[in-house]
Design a protein around this ligand. Structure first.
Ligand SMILES: Cc1ncc(COP(=O)(O)O)c(C=O)c1O
Length: 390
């Protein structure tokens, strides 16, 4: 489509954020499928399973019996109380329901958190490799994302030393970490997480913890930053463990002093979060047994890849502690992961995401494989990749 851009329609500089490369891979996969090909989807971080039955039933009943009105900006109180109970049950950690804010997925939580915590021009550290929208949302809001590289010695997690080294070069206002992380799947121990939080707090750096992959932990139980500091801001979502991506529902645990500013922001930016999704989310907690079975299936998928990839020729990947990703070093085969992803899709019909999406510095050497689909798909993907690389 030809674009007509005049002085009246020139896009703002801040809207000039990079696209998500994974979307390009998805579009190419769709073209192959439209022509009758069978693509194995390992590109998107999306569970194959659907929401818990309890959530779907609650939504159906609500549709049949009630008006779907606005809710209060912070979210339905019984949902906020249910989330607070989740912190007690899962982590043994007391969190006041008054500090829980329901959000339109964790994506909207980033916007609210960044607006409430940072001014335009503030420098906020994120790790490489890392989830691209962290950088792009910060940029769109006028903040400066500061990229800190990680290494295998720390399981690709941030350390207090690396954070302070960056802060000494130019002062940071905030830092965001994720454990389990995307794209690496690696996790931080309680000690590793608390040492970064302490280093950040001592230096006056605000701390945000993206805990969207909590529940999908295989190496050891994930630790919530809410248990380590009342000043940390925690972001979570129903998208991954509860398989509710399209319901667009998540939450935050926010420091006391930020509740009211975030409430005012949400009132103005969104009024409230979709009501039907809030009702479903509250009931989702009753579907944990069903979700645990799905988690168990990821464990089997993970085993298939960890055992199968080395036989197929992909011998180097990061520790797959949690989430549903394997981040593999493909530098024996290519120096351009984007080209590699394109060829692999065209020639094997296996779709995966080039590391460049997550890491503009070293991402050319890596590919991210998502293992949230069926075990049969995983076995077939390993077989296709093995034939292709042979
Ligand atoms: C690390 C991480 N954080 C946040 C999100 C956003 O998820 P949602 O907005 O569906 O909660 C994703 C999605 O893939 C993710 O991988």
């Amino acid at each position: 489509m030809e674009q007509r851009i005049t002085s009246l329609t020139t896009p703002s500089d801040r809207s000039n954020v990079p696209a998500f490369m994974v979307m390009d891979v998805m579009a190419a996969a769709e073209r192959i499928e439209a022509a009758g090909g069978h693509v194995i989807h390992m590109e998107v971080g999306q569970p194959a399973a659907s929401a818990p039955d309890s959530a779907i039933l609650a939504a159906q009943m609500a549709l049949a019996s009630a008006r779907i009105d606005y809710t209060s900006a912070l979210g339905i109180l019984s949902l906020r109380e249910r989330i607070a109970r989740h912190y007690r049950d899962t982590y043994g950690c007391a969190v006041d329901a008054g500090r829980i804010v329901v959000t339109t997925g964790s994506s909207a939580a980033f916007i609210l958190a960044f607006l409430a915590m940072f001014e335009p021009g503030d420098r906020v550290a994120v790790t490489l490799p890392g989830y691209p929208p962290y950088r792009h949302i910060l940029t769109a809001l006028g903040c400066e994302p500061v990229l800190i590289e990680t290494s295998s010695e720390t399981r690709h997690a941030l350390t207090g030393e690396a954070l302070l080294a960056s802060h000494r070069k130019a002062p940071l206002k905030g830092v965001l970490v994720a454990s389990p992380a995307n794209p690496t799947g690696t996790m931080m121990s309680r000690q590793a997480l608390s040492s970064v939080i302490n280093a950040a707090h001592d230096a006056g750096i605000r701390f945000i913890s993206d805990e969207i992959y909590h529940g999908l932990d295989y190496a050891f139980p994930a630790v919530t930053a809410a248990d380590l500091s009342p000043d940390a801001l925690v972001i979570n979502s129903f998208s991954k463990y509860f398989c509710m991506t399209g319901w667009r529902i998540g939450w935050m645990v926010v420091p006391e002093a930020l509740v009211r500013p975030i409430e005012r922001l949400q009132q103005n930016l969104a009024i409230s979060v979709p009501t039907l999704s809030q009702i479903a989310a509250e009931a989702a907690f009753d579907g944990r047994a069903q979700m645990e079975a799905i988690k168990h299936s990821y464990l089997e998928n993970r085993r298939i890849l960890i055992e199968g990839f080395p036989k197929a020729g992909l011998t180097r990947f990061l520790p797959a502690d949690g989430a549903f990703y394997l981040y593999a070093d493909v530098s024996d085969f290519t120096s351009d992961s984007f080209e590699f992803a394109k060829r692999m899709l065209e020639e094997t019909h296996v779709a995966a995401t080039p590391g460049l999406d997550f890491d503009p510095i070293h991402g050319r050497r890596f590919m991210r494989f998502s293992y949230a689909k069926s075990a049969e798909d995983m076995r077939e993907a390993v077989a296709r990749i093995a034939r292709w690389l042979a």
